[in-house]
Write a protein that binds this ligand. Structure first.
Ligand code: GMT
Length: 377
């Protein structure tokens, strides 16, 4: 197939999922055309992968340059020139609207589009009445819609009064790339052999509650040596750095910043901390599980569909940092518990969320959607 993919190219789960999906599809022989304003961060140009940059013209009249229109124009151009069979957009706003416009612009052919909902697109927009009608329009007029968890599907149906079918296709991980590291060289750069390594990876937005990450670590640190790796960057990073200083743990908290390869940090860590206020899926939890890293997270959104409490890690109420610290200490101090949880987590990631299996679901959906579009109504 010839498949177009549009996503946000910046750091964030939706762009990562779109990029990994495109790479998998290309490795299976499909031609994959990425259409975005920059090269997605994890994208490497290999056979069958193409990138089309959307360049936004600025003009003094435009206080807000209309990216969605330029994107629609580029989508229509790529659809025609490369004879795309289907377009897959990740994140409803504005991508599904641009895809709809592009589809309408074509005269000779119909190129269907699939919209994948990732979470903040629906949940934040759902709370903002100014975007709600256009988001609902995009969802209703997509040729197929998927959501990354059952939670997100139900939330979308409820918030937008959607009646059309929404298919749940969970996020996935490449279990060949994500796994436990046997070589301790990288780990020794950050921690002594007697120091467990806790890790947090995010875009440091308020929804991630980085203050709770520092709070949990501070409590764990009072019971013995430990180190915390903070990977990523975003608006709450200064607050996290300040808290680490004021709570007296700054020497043991390492802020790594943005990085393209998270797998190497997860592969050497002992516990992942994900105390988010909300996650529609929690991709980083799945990536940690594939690396045999137990997860301490919140019982919110789609996280319980990924992490099983007491089997792959432990789930708590939002803000309950005392219990999270207790769970963390149990993992670190109970003999073999980290290994037992880690092995169960890896086994689940491999069995339920392996990229090779999930990509087949998308391929099947593309075939069905193309076929339905060609069928006379
Ligand atoms: O979590 C973020 O702020 C980034 C956001 C995104 O749009 O990239 O992540 C969302 O999509 C990810 C990939 O499907 C999910 O794993 C995250 O749970 C989801 N974030 C939220 O729902 C807050």
């Amino acid at each position: 197939m010839k498949i177009g993919i549009t996503c946000y190219p910046t750091y964030g789960g939706s762009g990562v999922v779109a990029t990994e999906l495109g790479k998998e599809l290309a490795s299976r022989g499909h031609d994959v055309h990425f259409i975005s304003y920059a090269l997605p961060i994890r994208l490497t140009m290999t056979d069958h992968i193409y990138f089309h940059e959307v360049e936004v013209l600025s003009y003094p009249l435009f206080e807000y340059p209309p990216y969605d229109l330029v994107l629609a124009t580029k989508m229509a151009e790529v659809m025609t020139r490369f004879e795309l069979d289907i377009l897959h957009v990740h994140y409803a706003i504005p991508h599904s609207i641009s895809a709809y416009l592009a589809k309408m612009m074509l005269r000779d052919r119909v190129v269907p589009f699939v919209t994948t909902l990732h979470g903040t697109d629906v949940i934040l927009v759902g709370n903002d009445r100014s975007y709600l009608p256009i988001t609902r329009f995009g969802i209703e007029n997509s040729d197929a819609v998927t959501a990354v968890s059952d939670y997100l599907k139900q939330r979308t149906i409820q918030d937008f009064q959607i009646e059309r079918e929404i298919l749940v296709v969970p996020n996935f991980v490449d279990c060949k790339v994500y796994g436990r590291a046997s070589d301790r060289t990288l780990r020794r750069k950050f921690a002594g052999d007697d120091e467990p390594v806790l890790i947090h990876i995010s875009n440091f937005r308020p929804i991630k509650r980085v203050q709770d990450v520092i709070g949990v670590f501070t409590r764990v640190r009072t019971h013995g040596k430990a180190r915390l790796l903070m990977v990523g960057d975003g608006p709450e990073r200064p607050k996290a750095e300040w808290l680490a200083r004021t709570q007296g743990v700054a020497d043991d908290v390492i802020f790594i910043g943005k990085h393209n390869d998270m797998s190497q940090f997860l592969a050497m860590s002992d516990v992942l901390l994900l105390p988010s206020e909300l996650e529609s899926f929690g991709l980083v939890a799945l990536e940690a599980m594939a690396c045999e890293v137990p997860v301490i997270a919140t019982h919110v959104g789609g996280i319980p569909e990924v992490v099983r409490h007491g089997i792959d890690g432990f789930l708590y109420e939002v803000g309950d940092i005392d219990s999270m610290a207790e769970g963390c200490l149990a993992i670190l101090k109970t003999p073999n518990l980290r290994e037992t949880l880690g092995k169960a987590a890896r086994e689940r990631a491999n069995r339920e969320f392996c990229s090779s299996k999930i990509v087949l679901q998308y391929e099947d959906l593309y075939h069905r959607t193309i076929e339905a579009t060609q069928r006379p109504h």
